[in-house]
Design a binder for this molecule. Structure first.
Ligand SMILES: *Cc1c(COP(=O)(O)O)cnc(C)c1O
Length: 479
C-alpha cells in the first residue's frame, strides 16, 4: 500500500505534473485571497476518517482542488503581500526530486553531495556579502527565525564559552540583545526560548528615517552596563519587514567593536540586494557583521523554506552545536561538515537544492535582473501613488511601499486605512497589507513587490484599484 504499483504510478505522476503546470499558468486568473470559514474548511475533511482507503488519483484531485480554492495565492502576480513570492520553476523541480531521493543531511557520510552543495552555496553567498570564503562558515536553516535564533546562540557561545555546559546561570548578569523598534519579533522568540527571557531584548529608538540611532544605542548600553547588565549582541536589520529600512550597519559595527559585542545583520529579505550592483551599496558594512540571516524563500523565490545563516567565525557553529554521540555515522578523521553537529536541526532535508538549481540556471545576472526590475516597479508604484495623492511614508530603495491617505477631509485613522486594505483584498483582484511603522506606530498601507510575475500592468492596476476604492469610500462618508 505504501508503494503503489507501476500502473497506478503511471496514472498518478501525469496528474501531479499537470496540476503543477496548470497552477503555474493559471494562478493569475483567480481571486488572490481566499476567505473560507473554519467550518467550511473542516467540513471538507469529514470524509477522511481513514477507515475507507481512497483511490490515489482521487486523493490527489481532492488536494489540488482544495488548494486552488482554499488558500491566498501568494504566487498571483497581484499579490503585493509579505515576501511570499512565486516559487522558481527549478525550485519546484528540486523539492519534487528531494521527496523521492530523500537525502538525510544529518551526517556527511549519508549525503556527501547534498552537504557539499549546501556548503558551496554558503561560501558563494557569503562572498557576495563580503565575507572571505576561506574564513567563514554557515548553514542552511528552516527559516529566518531559526537563523536569528542561531545568531543568539552563537553570540552567547562566543562571549561566554561556559554557556554551552553551564547555561545562563554561569553568567555574571543578564545578557542584553539590542534591536531597533522596527526589527523582527523573532528575536523575542529567540530570547524566550533560549532562557534569556524576553526582557533581554532592548528596543533602541530610531531616527526620523526609521533607522537605528547609533548614539541612542551607545547611551542605552552605557546605562545598561551601569545597571549591571551584560550587552551581548546588537542586531542591524538590513531591510525591515514593514518598511524595508536598512539600519546604518557600518556605524553599528563600530559600536559593536568598541563594546566587544556581537553584531548580527538580519537581512532576511533585504539581503537579496547584494545580488544587484545598483542596490548592493544599501548593505554597506554588512561584511563586518559577525553573523548574517538571509532567507532564499523571500526575495530569491525559493519554495518555502530556505533560510541561511552566515558567520565570519569559522568554528563557532561547531562549538555551539556539536555533541558527542556513539550512533551517528561520523568519521572524525574525515574533515567535513556534519550538519547535525553544526546547526539546530538534527535529521534534515536537503534545503539548499532549490537554491542551487535555480541559481545554476538563472546565474547571478539572472537574479540581478529580476531584483532590479522589481526595484524599478517599486519606484513606479511610489510614483503612481504619489500622483494620486497618497503620502509615501518609508524611505528605501527596496520595493516595499508604505503609504497613507493624507488628502483633505479624510480620516487618517487605523480603521480608515484597514478599511481600504480590506476592500482591496475582498475584491480578489490584489492583496496588500496593513501595518504600523515608526515610534508613534503610524497606521499605514503596505505593498511590496517580490514576485517575479508582477509587472507594470499589475502595479498600475493596484494604483487604480486603490483610487477607485478611496473614491467610493469618500462618497459613502459624504452621503
Ligand atoms: C521574514 C523575516 C524574518 C523571519 O523569517 P522567517 O523565514 O519568516 O522565519 C526575520 N527578519 C526579517 C527582517 C524578516 O523580514
Amino acid at each position: 500500500m505504501l508503494q503503489l504499483n507501476a500502473d497506478i504510478r503511471a496514472a498518478l505522476w501525469p496528474r501531479v505534473i499537470e496540476a503543477v503546470e496548470s497552477y503555474i499558468t493559471g494562478v493569475g486568473d483567480v481571486r488572490v485571497e481566499a476567505v473560507p470559514t473554519p467550518e467550511q474548511v473542516r467540513s471538507l475533511l469529514t470524509p477522511f476518517d481513514f477507515t475507507t482507503p481512497q483511490e490515489p488519483v482521487s486523493a490527489i484531485d481532492f488536494i489540488v482542488d482544495g488548494l486552488w480554492n482554499h488558500q491566498t495565492h501568494t504566487s498571483h502576480p497581484s499579490y503585493f503581500g509579505l515576501f511570499n513570492p512565486a516559487p522558481t520553476t527549478m525550485g519546484i523541480a528540486a523539492d519534487t526530486l528531494i521527496a523521492a531521493f530523500n537525502p538525510q543531511l544529518a551526517a556527511w557520510s549519508h549525503s556527501p553531495l547534498a552537504v557539499e552543495i549546501e556548503q558551496h552555496l554558503i561560501r558563494a553567498f557569503g562572498s557576495r556579502f563580503g565575507y572571505d570564503p576561506a574564513a567563514m562558515d554557515g548553514s542552511f536553516t528552516t527559516c529566518g527565525g531559526e537563523s536569528n535564533n542561531t545568531a543568539l546562540l552563537t553570540a552567547m557561545t562566543h562571549l561566554y564559552p561556559d554557556y554551552r555546559e553551564r547555561g545562563i546561570r554561569a553568567l555574571p548578569g543578564q545578557p542584553v540583545i539590542y534591536v531597533s523598534s522596527e526589527s523582527h519579533h523573532t528575536f523575542l522568540k529567540a530570547a524566550q526560548a533560549s532562557g534569556l527571557g524576553s526582557e533581554a531584548v532592548h528596543e533602541v529608538g530610531v531616527d526620523n528615517t526609521l533607522r537605528m540611532d547609533p548614539d541612542a544605542l551607545r547611551r542605552r548600553m552605557a546605562d545598561d552596563r551601569a545597571a549591571g547588565l551584560l550587552p551581548l549582541m546588537v542586531v542591524a536589520t538590513a531591510g525591515t519587514t514593514s518598511g524595508g529600512i536598512v539600519d546604518p550597519i557600518a556605524r553599528l559595527a563600530d559600536v559593536a567593536q568598541e563594546e566587544g559585542i556581537w553584531l548580527h545583520a538580519d537581512a532576511a529579505w533585504g539581503g537579496a540586494a547584494t545580488l544587484s550592483p545598483t542596490l548592493s551599496p544599501v548593505l554597506d558594512g554588512i561584511d563586518r557583521a559577525d553573523s548574517i540571516t538571509f532567507d532564499a524563500h523571500k526575495w530569491l523565490s525559493a519554495p518555502m523554506g530556505a533560510g541561511m545563516f552566515f558567520t565570519r567565525h569559522p568554528d563557532i557553529l561547531t562549538r555551539t552545536f556539536a555533541v558527542n554521540t556513539p550512533y551517528m555515522p561520523i568519521d572524525p578523521e574525515v574533515r567535513t561538515i556534519n550538519p547535525s553537529m553544526h546547526s539546530m536541526q538534527w535529521s534534515r532535508r536537503f534545503i539548499g537544492l532549490k537554491v542551487f538549481l535555480a541559481l545554476a540556471v538563472a546565474g547571478w545576472d539572472g537574479y540581478a535582473e529580476v531584483i532590479e526590475r522589481q526595484a524599478a516597479l517599486g519606484d513606479r508604484l511610489r510614483a503612481g501613488l504619489a500622483e494620486d495623492g497618497w503620502a509615501i511614508v518609508n524611505d528605501t530603495p527596496l520595493p516595499v511601499v508604505c503609504f497613507t491617505d493624507r488628502t483633505d477631509g479624510v480620516d487618517g485613522t487605523a480603521d480608515y486605512h484597514k478599511g481600504i486594505v480590506d476592500a482591496v483584498n475582498e475584491s480578489g483582484k490584489a492583496w496588500i497589507s496593513f501595518t504600523r511603522i515608526g515610534p508613534d506606530l503610524q497606521p499605514v498601507i503596505r505593498a511590496c513587490i517580490s514576485n517575479y510575475r508582477t509587472g507594470t500592468d499589475e502595479v498600475d492596476g493596484l494604483v487604480s484599484l486603490l483610487s477607485e476604492i478611496r473614491h467610493a469610500r469618500r462618497g459613502d462618508q459624504h452621503a
